[in-house]
Write a protein that binds this ligand. Structure first.
Ligand code: PBG
Ligand code: ZN
Length: 326
């Protein structure tokens, strides 16, 4: 087909034709909203670099969880800011830890909202790394035991899905085993299978108070240059019975999303991370871009790249705009 007989513009002439031939759709069902639960009472503290996103104590989290549910968003993912941090991240796997209490409160108030918990140690360790430190680095195999205990205690508190983000080798199997041994074979594991050592996490580390005290996370998170390795990471997690695969961050890794989509048949999650959110907000605040349109275009791009689901701080705003489109 060649011009002048073939004219692609014929299919873009008006809104109805464009709707009819649209290939990709963003739906409210695709969205997962992250929330930060802080120890204490009456806390609602906006994160400086993330306008509209707060560290909140449990009673305020519950109010927002209801709002999220009423917007039709199916799920939230929870991060915790505990009262105390220590070398072994005790609060992470304590039955009365910040996340365990938050899960109970949300499930009591909004039982139908799907509650996903982030399983990692960095929010709970005083050194801010994602596991136990041995000889100046995070020790893989001893960390697995803590992650498994953390995932189990989240499930016991009522979490619907657990999402390990630590990047230790073998963690999906360790978590699957402990869940199955304890009667939680029905709880899915959403693996942060392909997680890069990224500067885009900057604002999150302020939000979750989880900046490493020394060094960085490059000995466990992936090198941003690697695509083939992403396939091996995903393959490993599939073999360990992960139920969802995730690519994180999303925007600079759309090729990796597509690669996973083409190679694996598990539901694929994109994490539209904190720095991606902050950039849109900052540029919009300056009047340099149309924030709403850039947000929707970005989320749509992630879907087009292959994401089935998107974890995004934009979830509420996007849900409201999608309602307006109907
Ligand atoms: C913890 C974790 C991080 C994010 C999600 N879980 C930060 C990190 O690994 O440093 C980043 C999320 C974001 O930037 O929005 N392991
Ligand atoms: Zn971590």
């Amino acid at each position: 087909m060649y011009f002048p007989s073939y004219r692609p513009r014929r299919m873009r002439r008006n809104q109805n034709i464009r709707r009819m031939v649209r290939e990709t759709h963003l739906r409210v069902d695709d969205l997962i909203y992250p929330m930060f639960s802080a120890f204490g009472k009456n806390i609602k503290k906006e994160i400086g670099s993330m306008p509209g996103i707060y560290q909140q104590s449990i009673e305020n989290i519950v109010i927002e969880a209801k709002e999220v549910f009423d917007l039709g968003i199916p799920a939230v993912v929870l991060f915790g800011i505990p009262e105390n941090k220590d070398a072994v991240g005790s609060d992470a796997y304590c039955a009365s830890g910040i996340i365990q209490e938050t899960v109970r409160a949300i499930k009591a108030a909004v039982p139908e909202l799907t509650v996903i918990t982030d399983v990692c140690m960095c929010e709970y360790t005083d050194h801010g790394h994602c596991g136990l430190i041995k000889d100046g680095d995070v020790d893989n195999d001893s960390t697995l035991e803590l992650l498994a205990a953390e995932a189990l205690s989240h499930a016991q508190a009522g979490a619907d899905i657990v999402a390990p983000s630590d990047m230790m080798d073998g963690r999906i199997a360790a978590i699957r085993d402990i869940l199955d041994e304890n009667g939680f074979e029905h709880i899915p594991v959403m693996s942060y299978a392909v997680k890069y050592a990224s500067a885009y996490y900057g604002p999150f580390r302020e939000a979750a108070d989880s900046t490493p005290e020394f060094g960085d996370r490059r000995s466990y998170q992936m090198d941003p240059a690697n695509r083939q390795e992403a396939l091996r990471e995903a393959q490993q997690d599939v073999a360990e019975a992960a139920d969802f695969l995730m690519v994180k961050p999303a925007l600079a890794y759309l090729d990796v999303l597509r690669e996973l989509k083409d190679n694996f048949d598990l539901p694929l999650v994109a994490y539209n991370v904190s720095g991606e959110y902050s950039m849109v907000k900052a540029a919009a605040e300056k009047g340099w871009i149309d924030g709403d349109r850039v947000m929707m275009e970005t989320l749509l791009g992630m879907k087009r790249a292959g994401a089935d689901l998107i974890i995004t701080y934009h979830a509420k705003e996007a849900a409201i705009l999608l309602q307006g489109e109907k």
